[in-house]
Ligand binder design. Structure first.
Ligand SMILES: [Zn+2]
Length: 385
């Protein structure tokens, strides 16, 4: 039996693996698998379709009953272009804060879960604790989906899941939905001295972006759910590219945009309104010049909103474990909506502040890790009572 490791030691190991979403997470998964094996816990790997990554599912305690899932993603966002005060892949302690990429989002939670394994093992659990480690959360929550599909088949389905994203241990029972779109404008090339012979794809794209701003302003006036900050659905254009030279009327322009919707909002409203505007205000003129003119919007991915069901047992459990009496809602998306959709009541509660996630000098405080350890200890106590 290996000597117990502290959350800080485990976090130092976990952040040492560069698991930026574009890279493999297999070295981290190997480590977690070996660590669990060292404590007599076997795990099941759920590989990605290309085999470069894997999710992990492990169970501690009795089989055949629901149990509680503790879920975290192993990937993190890139450090490129960020100015760090210390190496982002070396855990560095300063003033009670632990700095590293992923320390807050969300290897801190995984470290606490792993550090708690000997304590979970030491208790006569009446219900199991399931450990879930996913990948590709930061690129559309895609990596947990094959694992969720197996909850219907050969993996036990937890009766509740705690997603340990950074909430400073507050209980979060709702988040917005994300829809990612790409709009492609096809115009017609012409010499820039004779622009009327062409269809300027960049000008059309600019009109569409302007319309998106108008649509989003209208929604901001109409919607108001004070649980969310901001309290309405937002639209944001993230990239745009087009054109080949200053003296050519551009044929091609495309832009990517993201909608973050309130859980009760109609997610298709904005692309529908944009398409209606294109059909009415832009395409007729474009088609007068060329039959090839087109404005196409495709979905690049979506993450469902999360809204815990009424009387959710996951929410009730987290509230009682944290001694809190109120829940919160957040504007960032997590895997909780997918678990909830698959019939596993979920809640979000984990160490660290989302304000530090994705930033240079990301950190989690030692106090937050301590609070999470106490939370997991209370969970184990509850499940063995
Ligand atoms: Zn995260």
């Amino acid at each position: 039996m290996p000597s117990p490791a502290t959350p800080q030691e485990l976090l130092a190991t976990l952040v040492g693996f560069d698991t930026t979403s574009a890279k493999s997470n297999l070295a981290l998964i190997d480590f977690v698998e070996d660590y669990l094996k060292g404590h007599g816990v076997s795990s099941v790997r759920v590989p990605s379709p290309d085999g470069r990554k894997a999710a992990l599912f492990a169970t501690i305690g009795p089989e055949g009953v629901g149990g509680i899932g503790l879920s975290g993603h192993s990937d993190c966002v890139p450090v490129e272009g960020q100015s760090w005060s210390s190496d982002p892949f070396t855990l560095t302690a300063r003033d009670g804060k632990l700095y590293a990429r992923g320390s807050c989002d969300m290897k801190g939670f995984i470290a606490c879960v792993l550090a708690s394994v000997p304590r979970f093992k030491a208790r006569p659990l009446k219900e199991p604790i399931h450990i879930i480690v996913s990948y590709d959360e930061e690129v559309g929550c895609t990596g947990v989906r094959p694992l969720i599909a197996r909850l219907e088949q050969d993996l036990p389905r937890p009766r509740a899941i705690i997603v340990g994203e950074p909430t400073t241990m507050a209980v979060v029972d709702a988040h917005k939905r994300i829809d990612a779109y790409r709009t492609v404008v096809t115009g017609k090339e012409a010499h820039s001295s004779l622009p009327a012979l062409g269809v300027n794809a960049i000008s059309v794209a600019a009109a569409l972006v302007g319309e998106l701003d108008r649509i989003s302003d209208k929604i901001a006036v109409r919607q108001n759910d004070p649980r969310f900050e901001p309290p309405y659905t937002t639209v944001s254009v993230g990239t745009i590219e087009g054109g080949t030279a200053g003296n050519i009327v551009p044929k091609h322009c495309e832009f990517q945009w993201l909608v973050r919707s309130l859980p009760d909002a109609e997610p298709n409203e904005i692309p529908r309104d944009l398409a209606a505007y294109a059909e009415k205000a832009l395409l007729p003129r474009m088609r007068q010049v060329t039959e090839e003119a087109a404005i196409d919007t495709e979905t690049e991915g979506s993450v469902p909103a999360f809204k815990a069901g009424p009387g959710s047992e996951a929410v009730a459990l987290a509230l009682s474990l944290t001694d809190a009496n109120a829940t919160q809602a957040v504007s960032y998306a997590t895997e909780a909506g997918l678990f909830e959709q698959a019939g596993c009541p979920s809640v979000i509660c984990g160490p660290g502040d989302i304000a530090q996630a994705h930033t240079a000098d990301e950190f989690v405080t030692i106090a937050q890790l301590d609070a999470c350890m106490a939370f997991l200890e209370s969970l184990a106590k509850r499940l063995s009572a």
